[in-house]
Design a protein around this ligand. Structure first.
Ligand SMILES: O=C([S-])c1cc(C(=O)S)c[n+]([C@@H]2O[C@H](COP(=O)(O)O)[C@@H](O)[C@H]2O)c1
Ligand code: NI
Length: 391
């Protein structure tokens, strides 16, 4: 499982994104052949190795012969649909332009279909955005993850006039993304860079666990105090860790809630996507008996679940931390046994069956049907299934 990690310590722009991914070793000729499938003329693309503040990387320069035309979503969809690019690349490219139109529309107070992009609709931006979709498709990482984004500060002059940094479109597209400014003057993150993050990055934070297999540097155009580069790292899963993922663990210590309410909050958290919810008796300050509510969830569910804990319990705070989880592959199957059909969880490692566990509810039903204790039904069925384990 490869994770593409984007280290945006000096922001991100369209050409930095292209440069960083090409620098990872994507076949340049194959990339250019794909790009040629776009029915676009009036541009030349120069891809060369260069250095920024001592860092050797790939510089992508799109020389454009048109003078900022004002294209709308319809024209851009027409160009993409008129190409012979892969359907997935066309789809992702159109999704990106729609996001851009929605963000621009929000800023300029217009519906997305009435937006006429200025700089961001020019040939170079189309090449940046479609090119990025081609490269991600060629690289095919299981996931794209990114660092918090250094956005820059000050102002920038563009077709709209002078804008604050981050430019309004950039700010809009970075909603929900952790950002900061290191104090470096200038537009470090551009609308196109922010758009590519919002389209591809599934999570933001420190570099995830993995083994760096390839590292690429995409060079920006301006010289800055810090190296103006985007770093891309392709992380491979650790050999015996192919089944490792990340979860978030949320906890709240509660000493003042009616215990009857726990059933409801537990159900509510499961419904909202928790992987597990459990209660631990604890002794809190002033020797108060209390309950620790723990909830394990996929990281992208953290906000919704933490909000439910705050809303549906008496706690005034929720702690959370990320944890690594090693898990067995699992499948639910229905097996025939001498006592009838039973749903079972088949746990496997590397394709080999490790355990076959019957569903408790089915065992209980069988025990009632045959008028035998649950323990007896359980023992008989587990014995039968284990005999059957390697079949
Ligand atoms: O083209 C448009 S509509 C445009 C909108 C905005 C807003 O923030 S609104 C900003 N800009 C500026 O144009 C250049 C080009 O951006 P790229 O992403 O293509 O590099 C940049 O300075 C933007 O801030 C353009
Ligand atoms: Ni604009």
């Amino acid at each position: 499982m490869d994770v593409l990690y984007l280290d945006c310590f000096s922001g991100i722009s369209g050409d930095m994104f292209l440069g960083a991914l090409l620098d990872l070793g994507v076949d340049v000729r194959e990339f250019l052949a794909e790009l040629k499938k776009l029915p676009l003329s009036g541009y030349e693309i120069e891809i060369k190795k260069s250095v920024k503040k001592g860092i050797f990387g790939t510089d992508v320069y799109i020389k454009c012969h048109e003078h900022h035309p004002h294209r709308g979503l319809k024209e851009i969809y027409g160009i993409i649909d008129g190409s012979s690019l892969k359907p997935e690349v066309k789809q992702k490219s159109k999704e990106a332009f729609l996001k851009l139109a929605v963000a621009e529309g929000k800023i300029h107070g217009k519906p997305p279909e009435e937006i006429h992009f200025h700089e961001v609709g020019a040939v170079d931006s189309i090449v940046d955005i479609v090119g990025a979709c081609i490269l991600v498709d060629m690289l095919n990482p299981a996931k794209v993850s990114a660092s918090p984004v250094n956005v820059g500060c000050g102002t920038v002059a563009c077709a709209h006039g002078v804008l604050p940094v981050p430019a309004p479109a950039t700010m809009e597209l970075l909603k929900g993304v952790p950002v900061y400014s290191s104090g470096e003057e200038g537009e470090l993150a551009t609308p196109t860079g922010a758009l590519l993050l919002s389209v591809f990055a599934e999570e933001f934070g420190p570099m995830p666990r993995g083994i760096p297999a390839k590292i690429g540097y995409g060079l920006g155009k301006k010289d800055r105090r810090i190296p103006n580069v985007l770093r891309a790292v392709l992380l491979k899963a650790e050999e015996d860790d192919a089944e490792t993922d990340r979860v978030v663990v949320m906890e709240a210590n509660i000493d003042d809630m009616n215990p009857q309410l726990y059933e409801e909050i537990m159900e509510s958290l499961f419904q909202k996507g928790a992987l597990d919810v459990f209660l631990t008796p604890i002794i809190m300050k002033k020797s108060r008996p209390a309950v620790k509510l723990s909830c394990i969830a996929p990281p992208d569910k953290r906000r919704e679940l933490a909000e439910a804990i705050l809303k549906e319990t008496t706690t005034i705070g929720v702690r959370f931390y990320e944890a690594h989880r090693m898990k067995l592959e699992r499948e639910i199957e229905t097996r025939s046994t001498p006592l009838g059909e039973v749903r079972v969880k088949v746990s496997k490692r590397g394709g080999e069956i490790v355990r076959v566990t019957p569903e408790y509810d089915d065992i209980r039903e069988i025990s009632r049907k045959f008028g035998i204790p649950v323990l007896e039904a359980y023992r008989d069925i587990v014995g039968f299934l284990n005999k059957d384990k390697c079949k």
